[in-house]
Write a protein that binds this ligand. Structure first.
Ligand code: TYM
Length: 376
C-alpha cells in the first residue's frame, strides 16, 4: 500500500522497505526536525535528556512546542501510544514505550495505550481473531513491564473497548473522505472495507481524554515515524470536532540485525524478541551485519566501518549511555584496535541483561493486567 518509489524507499504504517532517508522523509511527511531549543525545554522539565533524544533516535515532531506551551500554561497534557498485536514484541517496539515512560514521569501525564487487534486482524490475511487476541494479552505484558505508572495509564484492546472508541470514531469518520484516506494510506479497490474505516479507530484515542472528562486536553503521541499518516487524519479532523490537534514526537526505526531497514517480526533471525532466551539473542547478535573486514588481519590493518555497523548502532542508540565510551568504540573500530567478535560479545552481554530484567518484570506484569486494562 502507499508505495512511493520515487523516494527509493517505502514507509507506511504497514510496511517499511528500503534504506530510509530520514531527511527526505521529514519533507515528504511534512513533519519538523527536533530543534535544540525543544530538547532544552524537555530537559528542563524532565531533569535530564533521554539517551534517545541526545543521540537523535527521536528526530522529528509535530507541534511539540505547542504541547510544551500547553503544559507550561497549565492545560492538561496527556500521552497516547500503542501496539498492533501481530506477533511477539521485539526490541524496536520497546523504543517508543521506554520513551513514553520517560515523558510520563517527566510530565506526570496520563497515558492512553491502544492495542489494535482489529487493525492487525484486518491487515494480516493469515491471522485469525483468536491468534490476535492471544498476542494482545501477550504484548500487554511487555508494555506493563516497561514500568508505566498504573495510576496514570489506561490500556485498552480495541474490540474490548469498542463502545467508547466507536462513539468517537464515527465522529472522526464523518469528516474523512475516501479520497483523503486513499491518498494518505494508498487504499485500493481491493482494500477490505474494515481497514478503510480503521484510521478513525486509531484517531479516536487522540480525543479520549477530552471525551471522557468533558474538558480541554492536549495529547502528545510518541511513536516511530511509520504511524504519522494516522496523525495527519486526526489533525485534520480535530478542529472540526472542537479539539486541539494532537502533537507527535517520532523516532527512527531500530534496524534488524541482519537486513537493516526496520526490525521486523517477519524476519525472526534478524529481530530480538522480548521473550528470546539470552542464548537465542546472543546467536542473533553473533550473526549481525557489521562494518568489519572479512578477516581479523585485514580488520587490524584497515579498521572497520562503524557507520554501517548494526552492532555499533545498537550501542550508540540503545545500550551505551556514556558518550566517551561510544566515541572511544568508534575510534577503536576505525583504527582496527577492536575486532567484531569483541563488540558482538559485549553487545550480547548487554542484551542478555536487558532481556533478563525485562522478563522478570514481564512475569510480575501477569498480576497487574487488571490494574492497567480497561474494557467497556
Ligand atoms: P506496531 O505494533 O507496528 O508498533 C508499535 C510501536 O513501535 C514502533 N515501531 C518501531 N520503533 C522503532 N523501531 C522499530 N523497528 C519499530 N517497529 C515499530 C511503532 O511506530 C509503534 O509506535 N497501528 C499501531 C498501533 C497503534 C499506535 C497508536 C502506535 C495504535 N495507536 C498510537 C503508536 C501510537 C501499530 O501497529 O504499531
Amino acid at each position: 500500500m502507499a508505495i512511493d518509489e520515487e523516494l527509493g524507499f517505502v514507509v507506511t504504517p504497514w510496511e517499511v522497505r528500503g534504506e530510509v532517508d530520514y531527511g527526505k522523509l521529514i519533507k515528504k511527511f511534512g513533519v519538523e526536525p527536533l530543534t535544540r531549543e525543544l530538547l532544552q525545554r524537555i530537559e528542563r522539565h524532565a531533569g535530564y535528556l533521554h539517551l534517545y533524544l541526545r543521540r537523535g533516535l527521536f528526530f522529528a515532531h509535530r507541534d511539540l512546542g505547542l504541547w510544551l506551551d500547553s503544559y507550561e500554561k497549565g492545560v492538561k497534557v496527556v500521552l497516547y501510544t500503542g501496539r498492533g498485536p501481530s506477533g511477539r514484541t521485539h526490541i524496536g517496539h520497546l523504543v517508543p514505550w521506554i520513551f513514553t515512560k520517560y515523558l510520563q514521569d517527566a510530565f506526570k501525564a496520563t497515558l492512553y495505550f491502544q492495542v489494535t487487534d482489529d487493525e492487525k486482524f484486518l491487515v494480516k490475511q493469515e491471522l485469525t481473531m483468536d491468534e490476535v487476541e492471544r498476542y494482545s494479552y501477550d504484548n500487554v505484558l511487555d508494555v506493563i513491564a516497561v514500568g508505566f505508572d498504573p495510576e496514570r495509564t489506561k490500556m485498552f484492546i480495541d474490540t474490548k473497548y469498542a463502545k467508547t472508541l466507536y462513539r468517537i470514531a464515527v465522529e472522526v469518520a464523518k469528516h474523512v473522505t475516501f479520497s483523503t484516506a486513499k491518498a494518505t494510506f494508498g487504499f485500493t479497490e481491493s482494500s477490505n472495507i474494515g481497514i478503510i474505516f480503521f484510521p478513525a479507530i486509531q484517531a479516536a484515542p487522540c480525543f479520549l481524554a477530552q471525551y471522557l472528562e468533558g474538558k480541554d486536553a492536549h495529547v502528545l503521541i510518541p511513536c516511530a515515524i511509520d504511524q504519522d499518516p494516522y496523525w495527519r487524519i486526526a489533525r485534520d479532523v480535530a478542529p472540526k470536532l472542537g479539539f486541539r490537534k494532537p502533537a507527535g514526537i517520532f523516532s527512527k526505526f531500530v534496524p534488524g540485525l541482519i537486513q537493516g531497514g526496520k526490525m521486523s517480526a517477519s524476519i525472526p533471525e534478524s529481530s530480538i524478541f522480548m521473550t528470546d532466551t539470552p542464548e537465542e539473542a546472543a546467536k542473533k547478535v553473533w550473526n549481525a551485519f557489521t562494518g568489519g573486514q572479512p578477516t581479523v588481519k585485514e580488520q587490524r590493518e584497515k579498521g572497520g566501518n562503524p557507520d554501517i555497523c548494526t552492532v555499533y548502532y545498537y550501542f550508540y542508540f540503545l545500550f551505551e549511555e556514556d558518550d566517551k565510551v561510544v566515541e572511544e568504540l568508534y575510534q577503536r573500530c576505525r583504527t582496527g584496535d577492536v575486532i567484531c567478535g569483541e563488540c558482538k560479545r559485549k553487545l550480547a552481554e548487554r542484551v542478555a541483561k536487558f532481556l533478563e530484567e525485562h522478563q522478570r518484570r514481564r512475569e510480575r506484569a501477569k498480576d497487574l493486567i487488571d490494574k492497567f486494562l480497561v474494557e467497556d
